[in-house]
Write a protein that binds this ligand. Structure first.
Ligand code: 13P
Length: 255
């Protein structure tokens, strides 16, 4: 049985106090989320230290949105996996397309980040996905394959078993344009096939989340697909009610 996960990526939104209010709202509504669905929130770095305790007490997982590709040292402005672990952060989003695109993060850097996170028992939520022009040129499978080959497929099997993946087609992020349930399923099944070729049956236990304009109105259909194990939610995770509604759809969708 794969874990069903709904994770909220707040990106660079909310002041600390807005974030605290949002976290309280989500924690208050958490009891509405069916057992068996793991909720995770990824607030900005500045919020993590104060929010980790209350969120974990409420049974909600806490993630960072990024970590450094170095253990420690003279890397001004960076936050290490060890620092995250030291305050109880359990997960870290790595390889989000916004990091790849705007901050030039390469596959090699992302592999370093994944390894460091795992060394500190922080679980990577590793993002992959193609741009619009790549889909239009029908290169989407190969783009995703390369992203997997250059990072996740380099891990030893014991580390691979800990990873969460998120398929986020770049053209669907923050655009209101969602992949259809068929497009999501097709790619998730492909990702699992690639992983199975490398890691065997372990790939059947890996949770693969969908991200990209996921909202209460389309979540159940997306989550109803056999290889879609949850969602990585951007905009809609900034509203507690919508985020919880999406988490509830995890069960509606799976029936
Ligand atoms: P949106 O849900 O705002 O499209 O963002 C998706 C995303 O990038 C989550 O990491």
């Amino acid at each position: 049985m794969r874990k069903k996960i709904v994770a909220g990526n707040w990106k660079m939104n909310t002041t600390y106090f807005e974030g605290e209010a949002l976290a309280k709202d989500i924690a208050g509504k958490h009891k509405e989320v069916p057992a068996g669905v793991q909720l995770i929130v990824a607030p900005p770095f500045t919020h993590l230290c104060c929010l980790t305790g209350p969120l974990r007490e409420a049974g909600i997982g806490i993630a960072a949105q990024n970590c450094a590709n170095h253990e420690s040292g003279a890397y001004t402005g960076e936050v290490s996996a060890a620092m995250l672990a030291s305050i109880g952060v359990q997960y870290c989003i790595i390889g989000h397309s916004e990091r790849r695109e705007y901050y030039g993060e390469t596959d090699a850097m992302l592999l370093e980040k994944v390894k460091l996170a795992l060394q500190h028992n922080v679980i990577p939520i590793f993002c992959i996905g193609e741009r619009l022009n790549e889909r239009e040129a029908e290169q989407h499978f190969e783009v995703v394959n390369q992203q997997l080959q250059k990072a996740i497929c380099q891990l030893p099997a014991t580390d691979f078993a800990k990873i969460i993946l998120a398929y986020e087609p770049v053209w669907a992020i923050g655009t209101g344009k969602t992949a259809t349930a068929e497009q999501a399923q097709e790619m998730h099944a492909y990702i699992r096939k690639v992983l199975r070729e490398k890691f065997g049956a372990a790939a059947d236990s890996t949770s693969i989340l969908y991200g990209g304009s996921c909202k209460p109105s389309n979540a159940a259909e997306l989550f109803g697909q056999p290889d879609v194990d949850g969602g990585l939610i951007g905009g809609a995770s900034l509203n507690g009610g919508d985020f919880i509604a999406i988490a509830k759809a995890m069960i509606t969708g799976k029936g």
